[in-house]
Design a protein. Structure first.
Length: 313
């Protein structure tokens, strides 16, 4: 028998979960009889009745396991908890809102088992239905981060990834507190096949990712996998040092040779404000890296489990 672990992070998904489970079961039944499943729902501190829905499903289906956090720790912690508690030969991550179509599971399984890929990832070929501004900044982010990192992060990539156990073990070996899954998947490498599909709207509920949360997540990805912002701030500082030196030479030339005394306090004030702004910008970049280091050295747990039906937990 081969076992597939399906990890489903959940945050306020009580309306979507029954629909997700029904659709998932339809596709699970199409797999060969030598394949069994475990479905791990990770309740990330939901404020609605998500946990009750999961518990009711687990009473009907022995393959369902659940982990409920003591509070909301974030999707990255939920993903890690699912990976850490999975026991399958293959593991996949899925969202409960059906934006990750279960119909792709069988093809993902085939590609890994028959064509010997280590993992199969999914990516949206478009962002139909998303606000134009969000789509624009998302594309801009991937262009920037791919120039900053030595490995490629695929534009439109989802967390919906089907992996061999070797890939999962590699991900679990990365114990960092500040996690950015898309970057971690790219970092560990392996042979990955990408499946493309049209963007799908949520089946129920509302998105938990506001523009501000996505911006913070993007900054998390940049600072987690690149030191380029530090180099940029250093380069800006060097450029301004050179410009300042040249301006000093110009002032000396105008004053001593041409007899034109230095004047113009408005321009001086503008220059001071500009340079001060650049200094604060550079300090902000350094502060971001220091804050990440501060959180890492504390070595706090990524999550705390309040309730679970997994043995020995």
């Amino acid at each position: 028998m081969e076992k597939i672990s399906i990890i489903v992070p959940c945050y306020n998904e009580e309306k979507a979960l029954p629909l997700f489970y029904e659709e998932l079961q339809k596709n699970i039944k199409t797999f060969p009889k030598n394949v069994c499943f475990e479905i791990i729902f990770v309740n990330d501190g939901s404020k609605d009745h998500t946990l009750n829905v999961i518990k009711n499903l687990s009473k009907k289906d022995d393959s369902i396991k659940y982990i409920s956090f003591s509070r909301n720790f974030g999707k990255e912690s939920a993903i890690y908890a699912g990976l850490e508690n999975s026991t399958g030969d293959y593991v996949t991550l899925m969202d409960a809102d059906l934006q990750d179509p279960p119909s792709l599971l069988k093809e993902m399984y085939r590609l890994v088992t028959e064509e010997n890929y280590d993992a199969v990832g999914t990516r949206r070929v478009n962002r139909k239905g998303e606000p134009i501004i969000r789509s624009f900044f998302a594309k801009l982010f991937y262009k920037l981060i791919n120039k900053m990192t030595p490995f490629e992060m695929v534009d439109g990539a989802r967390d919906f990834v089907f992996m061999k156990r070797t890939v999962v073990n590699s991900l679990l070996s990365l114990k960092e507190y500040n996690r950015y899954s898309k970057g971690l998947f790219s970092f560990v490498g392996y042979d990955v096949k990408w499946l493309e599909y049209e963007n799908i709207q949520r089946v129920a509920g509302t998105t938990k990712w506001s523009f501000w949360k996505l911006t913070k997540y993007a900054l998390e990805g940049i600072t987690a996998f690149s030191t380029t912002p530090l180099l940029i701030s250093s380069a800006i500082g060097l450029i301004f040092c050179i410009v300042s030196f040249l301006m000093i030479l110009l002032i000396i030339f105008k004053t001593l040779i041409l007899g034109d005394p230095t004047s113009g306090w408005p321009s001086l004030v503008c220059i001071i404000f500009m340079v001060s702004g650049i200094q604060l910008f550079s300090l902000g970049i350094i502060g971001q890296y220091l804050s990440k280091t501060y959180l890492e050295v504390k070595q706090r747990p990524l999550y705390f489990i309040k309730d679970t039906n997994i043995e020995n937990k």
